[in-house]
Design a protein around this ligand. Structure first.
Ligand code: CUA
Length: 316
């Protein structure tokens, strides 16, 4: 079984992933065995009971109790086994251990945002300690997304106006990919993330260093910090910095330029326009682009917005 796993499935990196795999293989291999058995019997009977002479008459058989009970009871037992087994695996994955460490997850077109107990925030990267149950409390700022980590065999819809939960225990330090598996618009396929699993002590250090979040690291110039923020907040999913055309206008060479708007008027791209475009993205949409951007109100503070504007100014 382990060899099959290594060959065909992603690595099983959570404590429960193996349970899902074993059930998966049971269902698949028993289905395969039944299918092959059934086809073999059909082929054999077609040959054995073929018509051998012109006047041969098929005997009239009305029923066979033993056979009928057998072919009803065996599948029933199989189905009950899969049900009971599946129920156990499902409950193990649903019931969150009491000592789980809670992290808030927010889905938004098109990134994942994570908020930790001490106010630290990350975008795209979910930082967790190894060998400890983690509980994710998830909701969406816009449409339905779905949080999927193949390495943990975990998937759960992330719904606006409602909290959904997931829990896992990552066995070892390392990294795993997060996918969005509910189609959520233009950049759905770019809505990726990474689970970064730290040693427990390293996680404590990481968390302390990122406490509060949202103020400029001392060793960075505002524009450098802005570049870092633009990466963290996945701006590049829609805005290029090299002039190429994506879902949103490129940032290159835009500062100071005059841009036509959807309603036929135009706007000068200055600090005020950029700030407004971050906080109220759909107020003045540049002609030819869809009005699909979400507000970053409440997610970026003034200092961060300024830094991103400083960064855009450097993209000549
Ligand atoms: Cu979010 Cu697809």
């Amino acid at each position: 079984m382990d060899a099959l796993n290594d060959l065909l499935l992603p690595p099983a990196k959570s404590t429960l992933a193996h349970q899902t795999d074993t059930l998966f293989w049971f269902v698949h291999l028993s289905s395969l065995a039944l299918t092959i058995g059934l086809i073999a019997v059909i082929v054999y009977f077609v040959y054995k009971y073929r018509r051998k002479s012109e006047d041969e008459v098929t005997p009239l058989i009305t029923h066979n109790n033993t056979l009928e009970v057998t072919w009803s009871v065996i599948p029933l037992i199989l189905v009950l086994v899969v049900f009971g087994w599946g129920y156990k695996v499902f409950m193990d994955q649903q019931v969150v251990p009491d000592d789980a460490y809670e992290i808030k997850v927010t889905g938004q077109k098109w990134m994942w945002q994570f908020t930790y107990e001490n106010g630290a925030r990350t975008n795209g990267e979910l930082h967790v300690p190894a060998d400890r149950p983690i509980k994710l409390i998830m909701s969406s700022n816009d449409v339905i997304h779905s949080f999927y980590v193949p390495d943990y065999r975990l998937k759960q819809d992330v719904v606006p106006g409602q909290y959904t939960e997931l829990w896992f225990n990552a066995k070892e330090p390392g990294e795993s990919i997060i996918y969005c598996t509910e189609y959520c618009g233009t950049a759905h396929s770019d809505m990726l993330g990474t689970v970064v699993v730290h040693e427990q002590t390293d996680f404590k250090t990481w968390l302390a260093e990122n406490a509060g979040g949202g103020s400029k690291p001392e060793d960075l110039a505002p524009a450098e910090w802005g570049e870092q923020l633009a990466q963290e907040y996945a701006c590049a999913t829609c805005h290029s910095t090299d002039g190429s055309q994506m879902t949103g206008p490129t940032w290159q060479g835009k500062f100071g330029s005059e841009e036509p708007l959807a309603d036929g008027s135009s706007v000068t791209v200055d600090e005020n326009y950029l700030r407004e475009s971050i906080l109220e993205p759909n107020a003045k949409v540049v002609q030819g682009f869809p009005a699909v951007m979400n507000t970053y109100q409440g997610q970026l503070n003034e200092e961060q917005i300024n830094a991103i504007i400083e960064y855009i100014k450097t993209l000549k």
